[in-house]
Design a protein around this ligand. Structure first.
Ligand code: FAD
Length: 451
């Protein structure tokens, strides 16, 4: 009997993880991706001679599923991971304060750094320390946390506007792609507990030393094809037709593909159109997850203007700034990528206007930029970077299994317990693969060869 056939729809991190796990388990795999490239929301593009990413991506040491996937792709040496969390926080004209962990065990590892955080008054620092302690004691399994905004919870603990802007927003905006004021308390608590408080080393920050396509898409495609999987690009799936015995037909263009199991790993708004009714998924709820944009500013200077690998800004609309010179192949000068999360205000704004707003801000943060020549400036915008991580999303994030046997969901938008991140995407892909493999092992017959 030939091996069962799993069809994976969508070649982002969720679909790639699912496809690799199914292949590793010995199934026949077809991966269908609508675009001419894999990688989904993590992709690179050649622009004016530079290999740039669609947006700066970082991960934390606690992202164990994502890091395991990098190991499986044999690309762990293409990322950098801090030995010990250290974040320089700069303000225009002010000193740089560092958020870093000490050698003390959690949760004391951040205490010294918090108490020295000079962008807040001593009273504000003490309150932040107390609030962080309370945040660490919330029960993540309590669904009511997702019905409340982080902002209202913080204010009920006496946190003022300044602490929200200078401290809480600094960490929440880039991780949840929404302001601390508006974020879901449940998701914010997840970020702080898993990412900072449970283990001293959890929050060490990692990032890719190569363009994202060399980290995810290319090695994953090579691994899949080497293992005999069929990877089809430019293959948007238009329908999934449920069949008898939990076997389904996946339609892309003129092609109809028989599958013993289907893993749908497309973005949530696409999934809402493709999920068969028999799966019993609340697709209206899926659509209501909405979207939040991320805008990246790409600035190339004729010389080095920022000394650190990355800097977080406060008191400026610049949020997190990364040195991408080496990764992009820049031969001289410095290429900075400025990541603007929850960037609704900048969607549709021209590059010229963004330069007018942000160049003086950057010069305010890094005096060396005043003397330097700006060689290139352009912006990229991902309007649908993540779902909108405000209160009330938990009940609309479906699980992996559905009521339709042999049909599974994956994607950072599924109920992973994580925010919309690379870790969440990889976890969901792994979960979908495991459920599909368990279903297949229960004795469902393999389908006829793919059409
Ligand atoms: C600019 C930016 C910055 C980010 N920064 C970070 C960060 O620092 N850290 C972090 O952890 N996360 C970050 N994220 C979020 C992270 O990239 C995503 O959560 C994750 O990559 C989503 O993976 P996914 O597989 O769930 O979905 P996607 O990556 O969206 O993949 C879905 C795939 O399905 C394909 N598809 C769509 N329709 C069809 C169809 N009909 N048929 C077949 N295929 C289809 C799409 O083309 C896509 O390739 C960022 C995202 C963006 C956009």
């Amino acid at each position: 009997m030939s091996a069962p056939h799993v069809v994976v729809v969508g070649g982002g991190l969720a679909g790639l993880r699912a496809a690799v796990s199914c292949l590793d388990a010995g199934t026949r795999v077809t991966l269908l991706e609508a675009r001419p490239r894999l990688g989904g929301a993590t992709w690179s593009n050649r622009h004016q001679g530079l290999l740039i990413d669609n947006g700066q991506h970082v991960f934390l040491r606690c992202c164990s599923a994502y890091r395991e996937f990098l190991r499986r792709l044999d690309v762990e040496d293409r990322v950098f991971l801090q030995d010990r969390l250290a974040v320089p926080v700069a303000a225009p004209g002010g000193p740089t304060a560092w958020l870093r962990r000490s050698a003390l065990p959690a949760p004391l590892h951040l205490a010294g750094s918090l108490l020295r955080f000079s962008h807040l008054s001593l009273a504000e620092r003490l309150r932040v320390a107390r609030t962080t302690h309370s945040l660490g004691r919330l029960r993540l399994s309590d669904p009511s946390l997702d019905e409340q905004s982080f902002g209202s919870w913080l204010r009920a603990r006496g946190e003022g506007t300044r602490s929200l802007e200078v401290f809480w927003d600094l960490l929440v905006r880039p991780t949840l792609n929404v302001s601390a004021e508006e974020a879901s308390l449940g998701l914010a608590a997840k970020v702080f507990q898993t990412g900072l408080l449970e283990r001293a080393d959890a929050g060490d920050i990692g990032w890719s030393r190569v363009p994202l396509q060399e980290l995810h898409a290319e090695p994953a495609q090579a691994l899949l094809e080497r293992g005999g999987a069929e990877v089809v690009l430019r293959a948007p799936v238009s329908r999934i037709l449920p069949g008898a015995d939990g076997r389904h037909v996946v339609v892309t263009g003129e092609r109809r593909i028989d599958a013993d199991a289907v893993i749908l790993a497309a973005p949530h708004e696409v999934a809402a159109e493709l999920i068969p009714e028999a799966a019993g998924v609340d697709v209206a709820g899926l659509r209501s997850l909405g979207h939040a944009p991320i805008v990246d500013l790409h600035m190339v200077f004729d010389r080095k203007v920022m000394a650190e690998e990355f800097v977080a800004g406060i008191g400026t609309p610049l949020q997190w700034i990364f040195d991408r010179s080496a990764a992009s192949g820049l031969e001289s000068g410095q290429y900075l990528a400025v990541s603007l999360s929850a960037a609704d205000a900048y969607v549709g704004v021209s590059s010229a206007e963004l330069q007018r707003i942000f160049l003086p801000e950057l010069q305010g943060l890094f005096p060396a930029a005043r003397e330097a020549r700006l060689v290139r400036f352009f912006a990229t915008c991902e309007r649908t970077a993540t779902f909108l991580q405000v209160p009330g999303t938990l009940r609309h994030r479906p699980g992996t299994r559905t009521e339709l046997p042999g049909f599974y969901l994956a994607g950072a938008w599924t109920d992973t317990g994580w925010p919309a991140t690379m870790e969440g995407a990889v976890l969901s892909g792994e979960a979908a693969a495991q459920h599909a493999l368990t279903g297949l092992a229960r004795g469902r017959r393999p389908a006829a060869a793919a059409a």
